[in-house]
Design a protein around this ligand. Structure first.
Ligand code: F1X
Ligand code: MG
Length: 284
């Protein structure tokens, strides 16, 4: 069916815009900060409220029980994080909560939709910049309705690379992350960056502002929407060891092309993380 999931896609954009408005408004008053897995893993009432608004709106539009949901804050409260073949929404209501709390201007709403474990579309609304990124499988990627494309740079020495350090601050992991960053910086690349939101980072790859973004320790809700956007903009997704991308593995490299991707992979010091769908999963 040609327009299957079109209604879901159109509605997701509306919901993302509404969620972004809520986040912008909430940022104007005092933000009450709480923590999740550790003292640097921040969450606010806005994260929880916006997730409820998104899931509530989707249930109202498409009917209770027809779709499954994986939402960051619902999982934090104990809901399952298992991707099945059923139509499933994968949601990060506020990607970049630390940025939101500090007034650092990159905060995104990330909404993806998967069927038979395949991502059908993704919406990333970078709400403080008012940039609506979206992509549907096979139909290209857009920012504010303009077609976007990854960069055509193939020389690593002419690239900008993004990575993030996450909230797990155990010295062994931090050492590996910074050792990887040091090696990449000293290739040398033009620069290293990080916006503080994985969803936005992926849109920066998709729109050609940077050549690659990789991270070990991200979650499916951080990257599901961005994954479609990067691929539809002509980029690729891989595991950080060069194997196939696995949404639930918490390991991801997105790049403009395979030359850049494999040059970065040579430098990445991989460390173990528990999968999102592991039965004993502890949220980081
Ligand atoms: O908790 P939040 O704000 O939704 O996630 C913020 C975030 O920085 O955490 C990831 C893990 O390091 C990031 O890359 C991701 O985008
Ligand atoms: Mg979040």
């Amino acid at each position: 069916m040609a327009d299957q999931w079109q209604r879901e896609y159109d509605f997701a954009e509306k919901v993302a815009r509404k969620a972004g408005e809520e986040i912008r408004k909430a940022g104007e008053s005092e933000i009450r900060v709480m923590t999740k897995s550790c003292t640097v893993d921040l969450v606010t009432k806005t994260d929880e409220r916006v997730e409820k608004i998104i899931i509530g709106s989707l249930k109202q539009e498409f009917g209770e029980g027809t779709h499954c949901f994986i939402g960051e804050e619902s999982v934090a409260k104990g809901e399952a994080c298992i991707l099945t073949d059923k139509p499933t929404w994968i949601i990060d209501p506020v990607d970049g909560t630390t940025n939101f709390v500090h007034g650092f201007p990159f905060v995104a709403v990330s909404i993806a939709f998967a069927v038979n474990k395949e991502l059908e579309f993704g919406i990333v609304y970078s709400c403080l910049e008012d940039k609506m990124y979206k992509a549907r499988k096979g139909q290209g990627a857009f920012c504010n309705d303009e077609l976007i494309q990854v960069s055509d740079v193939k020389e690593i020495k002419k690239s900008i690379i993004i990575s993030e350090h996450g909230v797990d601050r155990s010295p062994e992991k931090v050492n590996k992350i910074f050792s990887t960053m040091q090696k990449i910086l000293c290739i040398p690349v033009h620069g290293l960056r990080g916006s503080g939101t994985a969803a936005t980072n992926m849109c920066l790859v998709a729109s050609g502002a940077v050549e690659a973004f990789f991270e070990i320790g991200i979650h499916c809700w951080d990257i599901a929407a961005g994954a479609v956007i990067v691929q539809e903009a002509g980029g690729l997704l891989l595991d950080v060891d060069g194997g196939p991308f696995d949404l639930m593995s918490r390991r991801m490299l997105s790049a403009n092309n395979d030359v850049i991707a494999h040059r970065i992979i040579k430098e990445i010091e991989v460390f173990p993380v528990e999968r999102d769908d592991a039965p004993t999963h502890r949220i980081y």
